[in-house]
Design a protein around this ligand. Structure first.
Ligand SMILES: CC(C)(COP(=O)(O)OP(=O)(O)OC[C@H]1O[C@@H](n2cnc3c(N)ncnc32)[C@H](O)[C@@H]1OP(=O)(O)O)[C@@H](O)C(=O)NCCC(=O)NCCS
Length: 194
């Protein structure tokens, strides 16, 4: 997967699979994120060994990873984690993070669309996404993309600052997601500039 996309304001970016050569670019991306946005990431992605492990998981086929690039700089990263065991082999987990300067310009939606496409190719039937209660942006984009809140586990996870938070698990089946996202594109002015 390697394509050029246009944001709502016409900025052209490239979205492609992450490769091993991206290790330093990914590190630079994660290290530049504001503490506030890094707060809810699962590992400390500012550490080389953590990013290295993510690349290994990708190479082993456990995760599909996409990056959006502005020139040579990574400005967003998205992942579809494949469960890989029988009970949940049909389920994929979506994770998305966009650099501050690129947020609210449609990039999260474009990345999600590419990840749905990958999910369909890998025969994933349901996509889940998990977040902590304060992640208002993440919740809103998920609702817009057809996810529905399924489970709230009160006081279940800790953010990177060690504060206990509610976990919100959202889910959607892929067919419904496609319907929602096509509607979102059709209704938007952005459709014309895409
Ligand atoms: C969540 C995230 C991936 C969204 O990416 P994005 O590129 O900004 O998403 P889009 O521009 O495609 O937004 C799609 C829709 O999601 C909703 N949304 C996105 N960010 C939002 C925010 N901060 N607050 C409220 N709604 C938001 C809006 O409905 C938006 O549509 P609109 O801009 O036309 O109103 C991105 O903000 C991110 O990486 N955040 C990191 C940290 C995080 O989780 N923050 C949450 C706390 S605010």
């Amino acid at each position: 997967m390697d394509k050029t996309v246009s944001l709502k304001d016409g900025t052209e970016l490239r979205i492609r699979f992450v490769t091993r050569d991206d290790l330093d670019r990914l590190l630079a991306f994660f290290r530049a994120l504001p503490e506030e946005d890094r707060q809810y990431l699962r590992g400390d992605s500012t550490k080389r060994e953590v990013v290295e492990r993510r690349i290994q998981d990708m190479e082993a086929g456990r995760v599909i990873r996409l990056a959006a690039l502005d020139g040579d700089q990574i400005v967003a990263e998205g992942a579809l984690e494949l469960a890989g065991h029988e009970w949940t082999a049909h389920v994929g987990e979506l994770r998305l993070i966009v650099a501050r300067a690129y947020q609210r310009r449609g990039l999260g939606t474009l990345m999600a669309r590419e990840l749905y496409d990958q999910a369909a190719k890998h025969k994933v039937e349901q996509i889940v996404t998990a977040m902590m209660r304060p992640q208002v942006g993440a919740r809103n984009i998920a609702l817009k993309l057809g996810f529905r809140e399924e489970i709230i586990v009160p006081q279940h996870v800790k953010d990177r600052a060690g504060r206990i938070q509610d976990l919100i698990l959202m889910r959607c089946d892929l067919e419904a997601l496609w319907r929602e996202i096509e509607t979102a594109f059709t209704l938007s002015d952005w459709q014309r500039t895409r």
